[in-house]
Structure formats: structure tokens, C-alpha cells
Design a protein around this ligand. Structure first.
Ligand code: THU
Length: 156
């Protein structure tokens, strides 16, 4: 038996350390979060996707009285981007969230969203993901690292 360890490199940045386009993505994600349909959790999530053609696509969580029928902000944005521009790679994904007390310190994508992020990365190329919180942003340069040993379809 061999013991092995996976490490996930990430960096933390202040708001001012984000590039102008990343600041714009954060602003757009926050705008999207305010439009979330979250009457059950009251947790408002916003995602902004930058595409290689320069388009910014945003999404928010869309809840449902039948809870599993709702979906997360990340998937709303990524699926909408893919439906509108099926041939255009994703270059960045920014996520923010607001709860009843305001901006949360940290928002991390759920497992299903990580799987969908993985698909977008393997379909085109890996891209950075930025988890923008109230005090700082966590930046993961290669989004696939959020799903270690993930299923990417290569074995199909
Ligand atoms: N949610 C997202 O939209 N993205 C995440 O990364 C985590 C959770 C949503 C799903 C649900 O509407 C609410 O947040 C509470 O889980």
C-alpha cells in the first residue's frame, strides 16, 4: 500500500488585488444574487461567468417548493452560458452569497456544481474560480482542483 496525499493550491486576495475584469465579475455576481429566487433558504447566491468572447453571463439560485427541483447559481450561469454560446470556452467563474446578515465570508460550490464545473473545464480548458467573500477572495487557478479524483468521463 502507498499512502498518497492530494493538495489543493489556492490564493487569497483582497478586493483591490482582483483584476478589473474580476472586480466587474464580482459586481455582476452580486447583482445576480439580489435577483435570486430563494424563498425557502433565504440564502442568495450569485455567479458570474466570463466567456472567451468577452460575454459575461450571470446566474442566481432558483429554489422550488419541491426542494430538489431547484438549482444553484453556478449551474444556472454555466448552463445558460452553454445554451447561448455552446462553442465558447469559460474563462472565469466568480461566486458570491448573501445571507440574512449580509455578504458571507466564504461561499463554496456544492458537489453537483463542482461536477458541472468539471465538465466545463474538460470540454474546453480549465479556468480559475474565485470565491468572493466579505473580507477576501479565494482563488483556485485550476477549477478541477475543487473536485479531487473527480469523474471526468475519460473512462466512459
Ligand atoms: N446554493 C447555490 O446556489 N450555490 C452554492 O454553491 C451552494 C448553495 C444555493 C442552493 C440553495 O438555493 C441555497 O443556496 C441553500 O443551499
Amino acid at each position: 500500500m502507498k499512502e498518497r496525499t492530494l493538495q489543493i493550491p489556492y490564493s487569497t486576495l483582497t478586493h483591490d488585488e482582483l483584476s478589473p475584469i474580476e472586480q466587474e465579475l464580482e459586481r455582476r455576481a452580486l447583482e445576480a444574487a439580489t435577483g435570486a429566487y430563494a424563498p425557502y433558504s433565504h440564502f442568495h447566491v450569485g455567479a458570474a461567468v466570463l466567456l472567451a468572447n468577452g460575454e459575461i453571463v450571470t446566474g442566481s439560485n432558483q429554489e422550488n417548493a419541491a426542494y430538489p427541483s431547484g438549482t444553484c447559481a453556478e449551474r444556472t450561469a454555466l448552463f445558460w452560458a452553454s445554451a447561448q454560446w455552446p462553442e465558447v470556452p469559460v474563462e472565469r467563474l466568480v461566486i458570491v452569497a448573501i445571507n440574512s446578515e449580509g455578504r458571507v465570508p466564504f461561499i463554496s460550490p456544492c458537489g453537483s456544481c463542482r461536477q458541472v464545473i468539471m465538465e466545463a473545464a474538460t470540454r474546453f480548458h480549465p479556468f480559475p474560480i474565485l470565491l468572493c467573500g466579505s473580507e477576501q477572495t479565494i482563488r483556485i487557478e485550476d477549477c478541477r482542483q475543487l473536485l479531487p479524483l473527480g469523474f471526468d468521463g475519460s473512462a466512459l
